[in-house]
Design a protein around this ligand. Structure first.
Ligand SMILES: [Zn+2]
Length: 235
């Protein structure tokens, strides 16, 4: 499996997922497969084979089959003939997803400016400082970026909003690349994160909303420029 992860240019092995961030808790097949897609171990277009997954996860085929069915219902997987492959987003779906993401993330920032505790705000500030060390590592930066946005979602103290944002971020996993890998984007994105946290620190809801909206809108713009072949991705 480590070899598979390596071949796909991803430093993370499938078996590491269970222990990631949460300690050695037992996860179900659905969660493990979803995390493997989110971590880029399986990318859009990759075929998922029930027997292979069962062997890798060390579980019987029934829970794997159920997990695959569930992921297909959620449009995370799609049929290619008789095979199940990881779905990809077309141009329109991408645009639709970004419209929703921009507003929901903006709302989360607005609410975080109002409801975040001093401790939560200090965690956000520390994350911005830590990111500076990752500037030349797009994969690590992308993971840190997910944690940063998740922290803002939680700081909104609105569990319905957190749920909706989880759904949006699940679909974001269907994008094969991170816009943070685009030339010049990581430096700008870090400055944008800084502005978002400054607005939250100042408890300025409107400024936090605008800063986060601008951040997501620029990320989308970067992605479109990469897709159009106008911007290069770092190796
Ligand atoms: Zn970000």
């Amino acid at each position: 499996m480590a070899a598979l992860a390596k071949r796909r240019g991803c430093g993370l092995a499938f078996r590491d997922l269970g222990a990631m961030e949460y300690g050695p808790v037992q996860k179900d097949a659905y969660t493990l497969i979803l995390e493997a897609i989110e971590a880029g171990i399986y990318k859009p277009g990759d075929r998922l084979v029930e027997s292979e997954l069962a062997e890798r996860l060390g579980v019987s085929r029934t829970p794997v089959r159920e997990a695959l069915q569930r992921l297909e219902t959620q449009s995370m997987l799609t049929r290619d003939g008789r095979s199940l492959i990881v779905a990809s987003l077309d141009h329109n779906q991408l645009a639709e997803l970004y419209v929703v993401r921009t507003e929901l993330e903006g709302l989360a920032a607005r609410l975080a400016a109002r409801h975040a505790t001093d401790e939560e705000i200090r965690v956000l500030r520390a994350m911005v400082e830590e990111d500076r060390k990752l500037r030349d590592n797009p994969l690590e930066l992308s993971r840190a970026n997910k944690r940063f946005h998740r922290q803002i979602h939680l700081a909104s103290h609105n569990r319905f909003l957190v749920q909706q944002l989880d759904l949006v971020h699940r679909s974001m996993a269907l994008m094969a690349t991170t816009s943070l890998a685009a030339e010049g984007r990581s430096e700008v994105a870090m400055a944008e994160h800084d502005q978002i946290v400054s607005a939250i620190e100042a408890h300025d809801g409107e400024a936090a909303y605008q800063a986060l909206k601008t951040h997501i809108s620029r990320a989308f713009e970067t992605r479109l420029r990469v897709d159009a072949g106008e911007l290069r991705l770092k190796p």
